[in-house]
Design a protein around this ligand. Structure first.
Ligand code: LMR
Length: 394
């Protein structure tokens, strides 16, 4: 049987994680996979999460199935967090996903059933898993321009030239906030323009919302998704709880479908449930229940928000410190964009040879497109990292 198979290509993020783990150097620096890290390099369990888990252990009475749509309290709380009442609930249906990727996969499958082989436009560049996910679900991925490699900012004019030319059969995948991998994000005015465009052309928005709260804060980060969802009749949103709740391995996500009316919403809901049943049968609950407990309890919710805010401001401080250190040492402003980007990542715009040299010579690991995870910057060794970046790029 297996003789007919060829070796599949593994995601470069995981290849890099393995390389980093195998590197014996003690002064190596991990700017690779997108997980939050504290000043000790640990991806911590948030205190609100720990308390919610304790409560669960003490009060849970059963581990029986929760049903195909998943944890309804979690879903309702996340819908409120994401949409803040901007869309009438009668038009919204959800299923829990196994992580943000699981949610995305359900939604892509729904879209592939609605438009078999349909075109889906991904930002150039995008998260490396978007393309294979879309293909795996039976859609045909294409790209729209997004990043200006010279200014390291969004090339909005080029982006809109493509978006404005789409039609009702086209799907557009948008990063709700904290663009991965670039760190360059749309302004509220630009979101307004995207919403206007989608309204005019009828192109279909699918929003990947994996980093809510990591950019400018929970409310500002939700601007784009709320704007789109309240402007057009139909929107799909994939929410992830991996980063903002630090629940990576629990695989907690939510697929949110907004339809034109309640009747259409019921049809989409039945499709999502059918996809869950045919793929994973029932959704995992541990992480969803943790998030439900946190969001429904005012004290725990406040504690979580405080912790999230501390993570966000730490990442912003690291951005600023690295940009400052490079400027002070090199007298050049060509890395100032790191402080202007937001979210967990910045795309440095370095050629692959430079990325390779940083790894081989200095043990500085980043994704080969030169994406860095800002949370991985070691605060006590920023000068050293700045020196390495300067040495490799001059
Ligand atoms: C990343 O982009 O590094 C994270 O989202 C982890 C992943 O699954 O790729």
């Amino acid at each position: 049987m297996f003789e007919t198979l060829k070796k599949a290509t593994l995601d470069k993020i995981f290849v890099l994680m393995a390389e980093y783990a195998a590197d014996p150097r003690t002064d190596k620096i991990d700017l690779g996979v997108g997980v939050y890290k504290d000043e000790t390099g640990l991806t911590p369990i948030m205190s609100a999460v720990r308390k919610a888990e304790q409560r669960m252990v003490e009060t849970a009475k059963t581990k029986t199935y929760v049903g195909v749509v998943g944890n309804k309290g979690f879903s309702a709380a996340v819908v409120d967090l994401v949409l803040g009442g901007t869309v009438d609930k009668s038009r919204i249906r959800t299923v829990n996903g196994a992580g943000g990727t699981g949610a995305l996969s359900v939604l892509l499958n729904v879209l592939a059933r609605a438009r078999p082989g349909g075109r889906i436009y991904l930002s150039d560049p995008t998260w490396p898993n978007h393309w294979p996910l879309a293909e795996f679900c039976g859609l045909s991925p294409r790209t729209y321009p997004y990043f200006n490699a010279e200014t390291r900012s969004v090339d909005f004019t080029a982006m809109m030239q493509v978006i404005d030319g789409l039609g009702p059969d086209d799907i557009v995948l948008l990063h709700g906030c904290c663009h991965n991998p670039t760190g360059a994000n749309l302004t509220p005015q630009q979101w307004d323009q995207v919403a206007e465009s989608l309204k005019r052309t009828g192109a279909f928005p699918l929003i990947d919302l994996a980093y809510l709260g990591f950019g400018d804060g929970l409310e500002p980060d939700a601007y784009g998704v709320r704007k789109i969802a309240s402007s057009v009749p139909e929107t799909l949103i994939a929410f992830s709880g991996s980063k903002n709740f630090g629940l990576y391995r629990e695989r907690v996500g939510l697929a949110i479908a907004i339809a034109a009316d309640a009747e259409a919403a019921e049809i989409v809901s039945s499709q999502m449930q059918n996809i869950i049943r045919a793929t994973i049968s029932q959704t995992p609950d541990h992480g969803a229940e943790v998030i439900r407990i946190i969001l429904e309890d005012p004290a725990l919710r406040a504690e979580w928000q405080q912790e999230l805010e501390a993570m966000r401001s730490r990442m912003n401080r690291l951005r600023q410190k690295l940009a400052d250190a490079i400027r002070e040492r090199s007298n050049a402003t060509d890395f100032d964009f790191i402080a202007e980007h937001s979210g967990m990542f910045s795309l440095l715009g370095l050629p692959q040879e430079t990325v390779e040299a940083l790894k081989v010579k200095f043990g500085v690991y980043m994704i080969n497109d030169s994406r860095i995870n800002v949370a991985g910057i070691p605060e006590d060794r920023i000068g050293e990292l700045a020196d390495h970046l300067i040495a490799a790029t001059r």
